[in-house]
Design a protein around this ligand. Sequence first.
Ligand code: ATP
Ligand code: GLN
Length: 160
Amino acid sequence: TIRAQSSSVPEYVPDAKFYKVEAILRPWRVSHVSSIEKDSRDFKLGTLLLELALLKIGIRGVTVFDVRGFGAQGGSKERHGGSEFSEDNFVAKVKMEIVVSKDQVEAVIEKVKGEAWTGEIGDGKIFLVPVADVIRVRTGERGEKAERMTGGLSDMTVSA
Ligand code: ATP
Ligand code: GLN
């Protein structure tokens, strides 16, 4: 079981019942998950591994996008040149969106950080977005009922 964290969300974050953790991370390496050493420098990030790590802490709902981005890692050449960004300077990234209740936010952020970190430029960023409501299309449920998933983190959590 996992102990409930009383809301450790920083005080500058607008209050909401649900939040979207939006993480832009290194893209996945499709191959050889079984042979991957988590702390091997060579292994940038398996989103698959991250999904497994999230599954282990009861996160069942995740949306993943293939994106291309521009940050400290990409495009320093263009900045110096002062010219337009050329398309091929965008770096391939993966965006994961995970909507969770407030008390689950910090656990998800910690898990994502722990799995995605290499210490090299390009590890990515996590954005936290307040979410006003959740609606499950199949049942019409809203709010907490819609956000909860069978076998999810709240089922695994005992109140502290
Ligand atoms: P049902 O019980 O009706 O199957 P569900 O709650 O399991 O509903 P799905 O309909 O399976 O939800 O979800 C559809 C898609 O919505 C998922 O494939 C995923 O991309 C996205 N999704 C669901 N829940 C979340 C969540 N909490 N955070 C981010 N994405 C989610
Ligand atoms: N908060 C949900 C639960 O505890 C899980 C949400 C998610 O998997 N994104 O059931």
